[in-house]
Ligand binder design. Structure first.
Ligand SMILES: [Zn+2]
Length: 138
């Protein structure tokens, strides 16, 4: 019996070790200030510092997204620190007019869409912030 229990314990332990961190969603107001780590302030006034992959980081440092109501999916890496899932999974969304939208950037000269702020890949013009309905992107 003792052997059985031991085996069971090992199985459970190895399962836990191979499972990726549980995905969670944080909601609140995005606070973007130059020189400071971007964070989200929840309805309970809890401040959670956000991080993500390279395109997500660029978005998080764009002053134009400051003050947006956002929903970010990912997991906590430490208390008060949240790592957003990779951008291609559409893990960072904005609530706008009761709808969830994706943060995109648009060049109205070339009609090229980008998912991080910065100059257009084609004409180098600064792209415009463009919130898109998830339905329109699909
Ligand atoms: Zn362009």
């Amino acid at each position: 019996m003792r052997v059985c229990l031991c085996f069971l314990f090992l199985t459970v332990f190895s399962l836990q070790a191979s499972t990726p961190p549980k995905s969670e969603t944080v909601r609140g107001k995005l606070v973007v200030r130059s020189g400071e780590a971007p964070l989200v302030e929840t309805a309970e006034h809890q401040r959670i510092v956000l991080d993500g992959d390279t395109p997500t980081r660029k978005v998080l440092h764009d002053p134009r997204v400051n003050g947006f109501e956002v929903e970010a999916r990912g997991h906590f890496t430490a208390p008060g620190k949240f790592l957003i899932d990779p951008q291609h999974t559409r893990a960072l969304l904005v609530r706008d007019g009761g709808k969830l939208k994706m943060i995109t950037y648009w060049c109205d000269v070339c009609y090229i869409r980008a998912y991080a702020p910065g100059p257009c890949v084609c004409c180098q013009k600064d792209t415009d912030l463009d919130l898109r309905d998830l339905d329109d992107i699909r």
